[in-house]
Design a protein. Structure first.
Length: 460
């Protein structure tokens, strides 16, 4: 074998090793991305399971009640949604695993092909080494050089060739180890997939049983549709009265803030006027000139106090709080430690009576008996009143925004009190007729309601 031929082989093997490294790198990157997605799905699954456990706990409370209630149906509906979401998440995990398995199988094949190639190349090197293993042949190869430079090059060639053989042997061992590890990982992934498929089958059985339970409860409730409609109409009217009461309280609050701002502005203008009068006397300026420059107080009152126009007036501090509140959209903590949304915002059909429409200016959050309500953000308590639907309501201002909490028993805060995020503001009432504990949360911006579900962390 000549030096040029050896170098040609060496470059070929080096290129092969570079290609091998690239092939190993790409699947590794794909695996990292896949593991991130897999972790997200696992976290989502844990969250859904925790929600299902919470709903099951609430359902056990309501089932222990003396009669089948609407809240039982609502909880079953929520549980069905969560169960389906769980099945969808498991399916997503299976799909992700299928993708990983496919990538790993491809990687294993690449490793096997590379290993086979490395072994063949190494075998050729061994054969060559055996043919030229005696020191005499090596010396003859060196001394047969035409000049000193060529002899030195041949000597370096022999040294590099020996070193390359060692590296090639180490590379074969490393590739074998990688291949073994990849095969074991592939086995683990296939086992995990089988476990997930088993979980999916089990969850589908539970889902089917829950659907049957829903039909039974729905049938019982529909038997007493007239009674339910009458009861719901009363609640609907009480809810309308509640919304009117809340709106009036908010209007009064905005008016109070506007009047405070007017008084502050009047005070500022009076001080400015006195300052100008004092300066006028000191500088002995003409009275007519003073009248032209001074803003009359009567005009100030007429301009700043307008009837039937409710515009929230904010201080710099309140504006900063508003901006902070707005920036936390989708990040606000829940007003209860544990709970589920059992009635959504806006118009929606009643789950048991077709065609009967319901409306909610906020969201209904069902929780465990004895739970407490807490503030969703820093702010100031601006209103506490008895609710037309029973219990008490609390309004907390967060600059331009307001959060409203209804169906409270004992309230632990006072009007004008500053509160911090997650601070307890009162106990949530238990409805003995329905066997449920629920809090109604509303978010207002000025006189406009907003969907609280979009504001709470993972509320949607």
């Amino acid at each position: 074998m000549t030096l040029s031929r050896y170098l040609k082989n060496k470059f070929f093997l080096s290129g092969l090793l570079i290609l091998f490294a690239l092939l190993c790198f790409e699947p590794a990157t794909a695996q990292r991305n896949s593991k991130n997605t897999k972790k997200e799905l696992e976290n989502k699954k844990k969250k859904i399971n925790a929600e299902i456990d919470q709903i099951s706990s609430l359902l056990n409370e309501t089932k222990a009640h003396k009669k089948t209630s609407i809240i039982v149906l609502l909880n079953i509906n929520i549980k069905l949604e969560k169960r389906q979401d769980l099945i969808n998440t498991i399916n997503a995990e299976i799909m992700e695993l299928d993708k990983e398995i496919k990538e790993n199988e491809s990687h294993v094949e690449q490793l096997r092909a590379n290993l086979e190639k490395l072994k063949k190349d190494y075998a050729r090197m061994i054969v060559y080494a055996q043919r030229n293993q005696d020191s005499y042949s090596t010396l003859m190869f060196i001394f047969a050089a035409e000049n000193f430079n060529q002899a030195y090059s041949r000597l370096k060639y022999m040294q590099q060739y020996s070193e390359f053989r060692k590296k090639q042997a180490a590379e074969i061992v490393s590739t074998q180890n990688q291949l073994l590890a990849q095969i074991n990982e592939l086995k683990d992934q296939k086992h995990e997939k089988n476990v997930l498929l088993g979980n999916e089958v089990q969850e589908k059985k539970v889902l089917s049983a829950e659907k049957t339970e829903k039909e039974i409860v729905l049938s019982e409730l529909q038997k007493k549709e007239k009674e339910l409609k009458s009861e719901l109409e009363k609640r609907k009217q009480a809810a309308i009265q509640l919304q009117v009461a809340i709106k009036r309280m908010i209007e009064a609050e905005i008016k109070r803030k506007a009047e405070e701002a007017n008084r502050a502005e009047l005070k500022r203008l009076l001080a400015l006027q006195k300052e100008k009068e004092a300066k006028s006397k000191k500088d002995k300026k003409d009275n007519s000139k003073e009248k032209t420059e001074t803003t009359p107080i009567a005009n100030v009152k007429a301009d700043t106090k307008k009837e039937n126009v409710l515009v929230p007036v904010l201080t710099e501090e309140a504006e900063a709080l508003s901006a902070d509140f707005a920036n936390n959209r989708g990040k606000l903590p829940w007003p209860v430690v544990k709970g589920v949304i059992c009635e959504t915002y806006g118009d929606h059909e009643h789950p048991a009576i077709k065609g009967f429409m319901m409306f909610n200016n906020g969201i209904e959050i069902c929780t465990s008996k004895g739970s407490q309500a807490r503030a969703v953000f820093d702010g100031e308590v601006t209103g506490i009143a008895v609710s037309p639907t029973g219990g008490k309501l609390v309004i907390i201002r967060h600059g331009e925004y307001l959060s409203v909490y209804t169906n409270l028993g004992d309230v632990t805060v006072k009007t004008g009190q500053k509160v911090t995020v997650k601070q307890v503001i009162g106990n949530i009432l238990y409805n003995d007729d329905e066997g449920k504990t629920s809090l109604n949360l509303q978010i207002w911006k000025g006189q406009k309601t907003m969907d609280p579900g979009w504001w709470l962390f993972n509320g949607r």
